[in-house]
Design a protein around this ligand. Structure first.
Ligand SMILES: [Cu+2]
Length: 264
């Protein structure tokens, strides 16, 4: 390979790395962050992105180099095999040790952030989430409400979700709060966050759960405490949206909300 080609290749790889890092960090993948204490999760995403893009570019560059440099030439014999060689212990040690250190460091960093973000908060409001083909239903034990409508919550109050499924596996994802967790029949899974910004935000199922999966959406509405009190009163009236589906009372399902902290 000519020296000039090598320089062009190296400069191209550096520019591609920089461009990809800027694009992936600047692009708004998950929407406005509504929970201030979730900011460290965005920092984890940025760190993972910055750490992984150079590896991606290095692997693509090596692949492209090999395809060009070692391609079969027109004068080559079709039946010819490549030159026989044995692996390189030095390279194998390097490509085992470096990724091991990088993955362990990132894993440890992400674990400490998650541990802090998921810590139990005093005065949190419990909401039970029930996923079923193809809707989300919510129960508010404190307010004695069951609804198949929007997930309405007061601003600046820590929320504690206990989640389960009435049928297949679903996944409860609130992009703006940076939380996503599977829900499964017979299990209780949990998430916590505290919304700090008023507004409406999408909730999506992110586990392919059947023919209506794409329609399994809901809306998180973060409202003022006064609006929340008014909403609670309205829910107790007969006109409020009722839970949908065949059996929307998880207390009657065998196994649902077992090991539930709030039912202890
Ligand atoms: Cu689903």
């Amino acid at each position: 390979m000519k020296a000039s080609h090598r320089i062009v290749g190296i400069v191209g790889a550096i520019l591609a790395t920089a461009a990809l890092i800027v694009f992936t960090i600047e692009y708004d993948w998950m929407g406005t962050l509504i929970a201030d204490d979730m900011e460290p999760i965005d920092t984890v995403y940025r760190a993972l992105t910055i750490a992984s893009i150079p590896f991606f570019i290095i692997i693509c560059a090596i692949l492209a180099f090999c395809l060009v440099e070692f391609r079969a030439k027109p004068e080559d014999d079709d039946e010819k095999d490549g030159a026989p060689f044995h692996g390189s212990t030095k390279i194998e040690i390097v490509w085992t040790i470096i990724p091991t250190i990088v993955v362990m460091a990132l894993g440890l960093y992400a674990w400490t952030v998650l541990d802090k973000v998921e810590a139990a908060q005093p005065n949190s409001m419990t909401i039970k989430v029930i996923g079923q083909q193809f809707a989300w239903n919510y129960q508010y034990p404190e307010q004695d409400i069951k609804t198949g409508g929007d997930l309405v919550v007061p601003v600046n109050r820590p929320l504690y979700f206990e989640m389960t499924s009435a049928d297949v596996i679903h996944s409860f994802y609130v992009p703006s709060a940076r939380v996503k967790r599977d829900v499964a029949d017979g299990f209780t899974t949990r998430i916590r966050f505290e919304p700090n910004k008023l507004g409406s935000y999408p909730i999506v199922c992110t586990e392919l759960c059947g023919i209506g999966h794409a329609t399994m959406r809901s809306t998180l509405r973060v409202v003022t405490p006064a609006q929340f009190t008014a909403w609670v009163a309205a829910q107790k009236s007969a006109k409020a949206p009722k839970p949908t589906g065949a059996n929307t009372d998880p207390q009657t399902w065998p196994g649902a909300f077992k090991n539930s902290e709030s039912s202890k």
